[in-house]
Design a protein around this ligand. Structure first.
Ligand code: SF4
Ligand code: SF4
Length: 365
């Protein structure tokens, strides 16, 4: 979430060697307006919660069933969850991500979280409808067309069932995960989603620790994914929630940690500031462990391009993007997109920057 790094270079240099003050960058009224729009959300402080260790399907490459978090016993006591949410609120958490394994299998616990903490997102496979009284954003994972889902997730007619459950639901965002093998299939998926008025965003498969299977990306597949997302943004502007800077950040040959230095506790030794201080990843038994805490635990950091990771890692780097108007506009688009994907009721604006802007200190790929 938007926990900002310390101001190391609030005034930077553009490629033309001109120094830009932040106030000069904001002199453009369109940039200023977008900045005012997104900065209202700087109060968001996130933690994540495994609601249950159970899932109704079993996907290849699932990071939940890596590491020891999968062995935590479920705590199904509603009052224990209510106490946890109240305690979380007291320590400054304002936004929750309910994940797991599969949160839709414990709707009564999700309901309690929503009663105590009204901002958040549920990550689900979308096969079981989550009651509409739970007003979180709902991210529905899509890993390809139905044939691919049948092979990788061992579930039949998956997209059809997901769309039937969530078409017309303002909470829903479909998250298409690009693996090395499903890139072209995204066209049929986004077309179907568009026909049903559903919103789509994109994730890049990030390998769990030790995974070396055929879902893992290569340099070629990252470049092809990049080209494909750019094309989809043009073809389906009403359905697709994404930005040009998101394309660069998530399909770069370097992962998010290399590009931006990940701020989650697992990779951030600082216990005093930002996410390093506030973020916790609770297991299904309500325990947590700072050494493994991040939004996608047991993902290989060197391969991490996960959309949930970017929502914190890239958005936190305001100051290093406040170097010139183009770079700052690219970053504003990223944050605007992330808020539209993660916060109920937030409407994405038109992207300000359609160029591929390089992450500070790196090339464009
Ligand atoms: S639906 Fe999610 S939690 Fe369940 S096996 Fe698949 S990736 Fe893992
Ligand atoms: S997996 Fe990603 S989000 Fe988690 S600590 Fe590593 S780089 Fe950060």
């Amino acid at each position: 979430m938007i926990v900002q790094e310390k101001n190391q270079d609030a005034v930077g240099k553009s490629e033309s060697k001109k120094f830009w003050k932040f106030s000069d960058i904001l002199a453009d009224p369109i940039v200023k307006e977008r900045w005012e729009k997104i900065r209202k959300y700087f109060f968001l402080r996130e933690s994540t919660y495994d609601m249950t260790r159970k899932c109704n399907i079993r996907c290849k490459g699932c990071y939940y069933y890596e590491g020891d978090k999968q062995y935590a016993q479920d705590n199904r006591d509603p009052e224990a969850w209510r106490r946890l949410m109240r305690a979380e609120n007291k320590r400054g958490i304002t936004y929750v991500v309910l994940a797991g394994a599969e949160p839709s299998l414990v709707p009564e616990l999700c309901e309690i979280c929503y009663q105590e903490m009204p901002l958040g997102t549920i990550a689900t496979n979308g096969l079981k409808y989550i009651p509409e009284s739970i007003g979180y954003r709902i991210h529905i994972s899509v890993w390809g067309n139905d044939e691919t889902s049948r092979l990788i997730r061992k579930a039949k007619n998956m997209l059809h069932r997901q769309v039937e459950n969530y078409k017309g639901d303002p909470r829903a965002v479909f998250v298409y995960t690009f693996t090395r093998n499903n890139i072209d299939e995204v066209y049929e998926v986004v077309k179907i989603l568009g026909e049903h008025g559903c919103k789509a965003t994109f994730n890049i498969f990030s390998a769990p620790v030790g995974y070396d299977g055929d879902l893992k990306h290569t340099t070629d597949s990252l470049l092809y994914t990049r080209k494909t997302i750019i094309d989809l943004m043009k073809k389906y502007p009403e359905s697709v929630l994404f930005s040009s800077y998101g394309v660069v950040a998530h399909t770069h040959k370097y992962g998010l940690h290399d590009l931006y230095s990940c701020s989650y506790p697992r990779m951030n030794p600082s216990k005093d500031i930002g996410l390093g201080r506030s973020f916790r990843q609770y297991r299904a038994d309500l325990t947590w462990n700072r050494d493994t805490a991040c939004c996608v635990p047991d993902t290989d950091c060197s391969d991490c391009r996960h959309y949930a990771a970017g929502s914190a890692v890239v958005t936190a780097r305001l100051f290093r993007h406040a170097s010139d108007p183009l770079t700052f506009s690219a970053w504003l688009d990223y944050v605007d997109t992330y808020l539209a994907v993660w916060v109920m009721g937030y409407e994405k604006g038109k992207n300000l920057c359609n160029e591929l802007v390089a992450p500070p200190g790196y090339g464009v790929f």
